[in-house]
Write a protein that binds this ligand. Sequence first.
Ligand SMILES: Cc1cc2nc3c(=O)[nH]c(=O)nc-3n(C[C@H](O)[C@H](O)[C@H](O)COP(=O)(O)O)c2cc1C
Length: 377
Amino acid sequence: MVRDFAPLYDVNASYEDNYEHGPFGAFGEALEHEGDGVAAPSADGQSNEDRFQSFLGNMVREPFGIPAGPLLNERFATAAFRMGFDLAVYKTVRSRQWGCNPFPNVLSVHPKNKSGFLVPGNAELDEGVLADTHYESPVSISNSFGVPSRDPDVWQPDMHKAIGQAGRGQLLIPSFQGSRTPEMDTQAYIADHVLTAKLVAETGASLMEMNTSCPNEGHNRLLCHDPRLVGEITDAVKREIGDLPLIIKLAYIPTDEALESMLRNTVARGSVQGIAAINTISAKLVDAQGGQALPGEGRERSGVCGNAIRQAGLDMVRRLAALRERMDLNFAIIGVGGVLSAQDYVSYRQSGADAVMSATGAMWNARLAQEIHALKQ
Ligand SMILES: Cc1cc2nc3c(=O)[nH]c(=O)nc-3n(C[C@H](O)[C@H](O)[C@H](O)COP(=O)(O)O)c2cc1C
């Protein structure tokens, strides 16, 4: 049981409470102490900057950080930088204010198969996976927020401030997505992505990530299951943002054929410079009596993240790296999914990831980035 952790995001409080009062634990303390994340000269007297690595046109101390999700606003991003997470993704924003799913949004998830991994195709994902409030190590959780967003009048100045909080060798990456409302046709949906990207660029961002993979919107089909539409959208977004690198965030895509089609419609056309994968894996979540674990309509299924999805994340990264070589393409791979330890970071890098990020792992282990920095000493 891991009930004594001091979380970055308090899973026992509402999203609003977290937004207003977080971050908590060691991250909250870091917010009060400036300078913790700034690169210091190494013991051998060499400037650490000699070891910075290029990532989408930016020099980064260690290509490790926190993906879209746990960093709700500038305070969270600043704390992450100070805790040594050199890449900080500002939680996905929209073109308009958007409400959050009701509390609770996070539950502990307990796969029953022996490996502890959930890979699309596992019967368990449709039969039901136990979800409750008993958090155990290695941790897997549900994530059912519905991608809430403040109005741009609120998030634009906050994101601008967050960008300015990055230390040397650190980078703030804004995440955004389109919002589909019932009256929208496809052109309006594309235009909403373009507008949101424009609003993000106005904050002074030097790159951005577009989420195509949220399983929490009540749709069975994700945007990333339609490579042609993703291609249309990313072409239009790229025309708007010009030279700024564009990353797309993908869910797990089971076949190489579909993945290749995604790359042909995006990277090969020059509109996308990075692929972040994976987002959460959709599962039916049940309580101990077999009933629906998360209350409310449309919440029978939820995205699962953490330990259970590491195998799927590593698989996507390996296949992306193989396709990158075979198709002779040049793009950055950002590996995400179940990174709980420094060894998991190494596994992702060895599988072909240029950068690695951890959401659940960072929520449960505030020192994760420091443990990864220690690998180099
Ligand atoms: C609390 C929380 C909120 C999240 N919100 C978003 C989001 O707004 N946009 C997004 O693209 N992914 C979001 N994610 C998904 C993560 O970016 C990541 O893809 C997923 O959690 C897998 O990584 P992990 O196993 O390290 O948690 C969220 C994850 C968590 C835990």
